[in-house]
Ligand binder design. Structure first.
Ligand code: FE2
Length: 291
C-alpha cells in the first residue's frame, strides 16, 4: 500500500480579484443577496492579488512536496486572455515542470461566455492546457479528470459528450478492482450539493448568480444520473470539484462530493486556499488549508 499526498485546488481564476474588488456597495449588496459573499474591499488592480495567492500557494507546496497537483478548473477569469494565461504559466505552469500539474477545464476556461463549450472553445482549451478529459495512474490508484462544462451544457458538442461518457465507462470498467486501491474523479462543477437525485432547482442556500440560469452550481440531473451510475458501479468514493468558490461536502450512499473553495477570489466564508489530500494505509483523508 502506497502512502502519499497530493494537492487539489480550484478556481485560481486569475483576473477575478480585479473584477470583484472595489465594487460599488450597492452592486456588492445585490450579489450578497444572491448568495455570493462579495467583500467590501478596496480595488485590487490588475493581477497583483492573483499573483500573490499563486506564489504563496506554490511556496507552501515546496514544503509539502505533493506527488502531484490537480487544478479543478477556472484557471483564468476570461478564457483566452493572454495576460491571465501567462500568469498561470509563470506560476503553476513553472511549478509543473518539477511536479505534475493536472488541469481540469472550468466554465471560465472552455465555455463560450463562460457557459457553453463549442468546438472552437474546446480546441483553444486543448491547445493551451491539453486534454479536457483523461485518466492517469499513480501508485495503486486511478485518477479521472472530467470535463464537467461539457456535461453541464453539451448542446453544441453532442458527439463529444458521448465520447466522454464512453471514456468514463470504459476507464471505470477496464479497471481491475484489485489493481486500483482508490479511484478518484475530478471535475469543475460539483455533481450535486446535497444528494445525487436532487432536482435541478436551486436550494435556498445555493441560488444561481444574477443573470445565470437555475442550477448554475451543479450538473443537471439528466446528465448527472448516468455519471453517478457509472461511478457507483465502479465503487468510486470521492469526486473533487470547485466552481462554487466555497468549501462544501456532500455524501450520498458512499459517493462523496468534496467542493474546494477558490485559490483565487472566495465567494463563501472560507479564505482563499487549497486542499491537501492524503492516502495513508489505504484510507483517503483531506483538509482545506487557507493561504
Ligand atoms: Fe470559478
Amino acid at each position: 500500500m502506497a502512502n502519499f499526498n497530493f494537492i487539489q485546488m480550484a478556481d485560481p481564476q486569475v483576473g477575478m480579484f480585479d473584477r470583484f474588488s472595489g465594487m460599488d456597495p450597492e452592486a456588492a449588496e445585490f450579489l450578497r443577496k444572491n448568495g455570493l459573499n462579495v467583500k467590501d474591499a478596496p480595488k485590487s488592480e490588475g493581477l497583483k492579488q492573483d499573483r500573490a495567492n499563486l506564489t504563496t500557494a506554490i511556496d507552501q507546496f515546496e514544503e509539502i512536496k505533493p506527488e502531484f497537483v490537480v487544478v479543478c478548473g477556472d484557471m483564468v477569469d476570461t478564457a483566452g486572455d493572454e495576460n491571465e494565461i501567462a500568469l498561470i504559466r509563470e506560476t503553476l505552469g513553472a511549478y509543473g515542470e518539477d511536479t505534475p500539474v493536472h488541469w481540469v477545464p472550468g466554465n471560465h476556461d472552455i465555455g463560450v461566455n463562460n457557459l457553453i463549450p463549442d468546438s472552437e472553445s474546446t480546441a483553444k482549451y486543448r491547445a493551451e492546457f491539453g486534454a479536457d478529459y483523461y485518466s492517469f495512474d499513480h501508485a495503486e490508484s486511478k485518477f479521472i479528470i472530467l470535463n464537467s462544462v461539457l456535461l453541464d451544457r453539451p448542446q453544441n458538442l453532442l458527439d463529444e459528450h458521448k465520447t466522454q461518457m464512453d471514456f468514463l465507462g470504459d476507464t471505470l470498467r477496464s479497471r481491475d478492482s484489485k489493481e486500483s486501491e482508490h479511484v478518484i474523479a475530478f471535475m469543475h462543477h460539483p455533481l450535486f450539493l446535497n444528494n445525487a437525485e436532487e432536482p435541478d432547482v436551486d436550494f435556498d442556500w445555493a441560488p444561481s448568480p444574477p443573470n445565470q440560469p437555475d442550477g448554475y452550481w451543479t450538473i443537471p440531473l439528466e446528465r448527472r444520473a448516468p455519471v453517478v451510475k457509472l461511478l457507483r458501479e465502479a465503487k468510486v468514493q470521492t469526486v473533487f470539484a470547485g466552481h462554487w468558490h466555497r468549501n462544501h461536502e456532500a455524501s450520498d450512499d458512499g459517493l462523496d462530493v468534496v467542493v474546494t473553495s477558490a485559490l483565487g477570489y472566495p465567494l463563501g466564508n472560507d479564505p482563499s486556499g487549497y486542499r491537501m489530500v492524503s492516502i495513508a494505509d489505504g484510507k483517503l483523508s483531506h483538509e482545506y488549508r487557507g493561504l
